[in-house]
Design a protein around this ligand. Structure first.
Ligand code: FES
Length: 158
């Protein structure tokens, strides 16, 4: 369920754009920011609030990997495995993350902290290999850099 506050903001978005369809992406971002994922029920709610056929919202959400439709960990690690990142070692980094976190791609650590995903190009090819964790980009990655990033995120919990 989307909160009352976010529902109100989605309705405001509807008035902001000449075509209601244009409000789909900002609405998805609002829900993502609130819940960290956008499940089927929320997609239907967005469609209702924007007065659009649900299929239009489903199509938009499923096109982008940035809108997970099932619950993810507190930190959603999305490693780009497209061409530039692959050429510079993305697959090796994915394996490293799987070993370090003791999960496979698509899984969440038992403590609910990390979910690991692979995604298509995130538009940061010049700083490959890279990953996105929630809304932040981490670039020019090495195993050492990955260690530091995860350590820093874990320290925030203490
Ligand atoms: S290929 Fe990885 S950001 Fe473009």
């Amino acid at each position: 369920m989307i909160s009352k506050k976010i529902k109100g903001r989605i309705v405001e978005l509807k008035e902001k754009f000449p075509q209601r369809k244009s409000a789909i992406l900002p609405a998805l971002h609002l829900v993502l920011k609130e819940k960290n994922y956008v499940e089927k029920e929320s997609l239907k709610e967005i469609a209702g609030l924007l007065e659009l056929p649900p299929i239009e919202v489903f199509e938009t959400a499923s096109f982008y990997t940035m809108f997970p439709q099932k619950k993810v960990g507190k930190y959603h690690i999305q490693v780009c495995t497209n061409l530039s990142c692959s050429l510079l070692g993305a697959e090796e980094l994915v394996k490293y993350l799987e070993e370090k976190l003791k999960i496979k791609v698509g899984e969440t650590t038992p403590n609910g902290m990390f979910t690991l995903s692979t995604v298509e190009c995130l538009g940061s090819c010049g700083t490959a290999p890279m990953m996105q964790i929630n809304e932040d980009y981490y670039e020019n990655l090495t195993k050492e850099k990955v260690d530091r990033i995860l350590d820093d995120l874990l320290k925030k919990q203490i």
